[in-house]
Write a protein that binds this ligand. Structure first.
Ligand SMILES: [Zn+2]
Length: 104
């Protein structure tokens, strides 16, 4: 899995590919290096941002996803009870430009 063209984030010691939040295709670097930073993203969707911004958005998605997972895991709590909890939501209420394939 040493593919330099795809962008991964390391979560709990495991690499997960960063995907386009629109079409879910793996994102890659776009264009040439311009000094210290580079753009990355999905050219098909014109969903391109600075690599640092891409990673920040992917990290935000990961945090939210993990929180949702915890909510979904809330052992055997009836849905009605769950729905009354402030943070009991089990789906994203926000669209992320960049997501992470946590199952990969
Ligand atoms: Zn895309």
């Amino acid at each position: 899995m040493a593919d330099n063209s795809s962008i991964c984030v390391s979560i709990n010691g495991k690499d997960h590919p960063v995907l386009c939040g629109i079409c879910e295709a793996p994102v890659s670097f776009v264009g040439a290096t311009n000094g210290k930073t580079r753009d990355a993203g999905c050219t098909q969707c014109a969903n391109v941002a600075d690599i640092l911004a891409v990673l920040a958005m992917a990290a935000e998605y990961t945090k939210d996803e993990e929180m949702l997972h915890l909510s979904q895991m809330a052992q055997g709590v009836p849905k009605t009870l769950n729905a009354m909890r402030v943070d009991g939501r089990t789906t994203h209420d926000q669209v992320y430009r960049f997501i992470v394939d946590l199952k990969a």
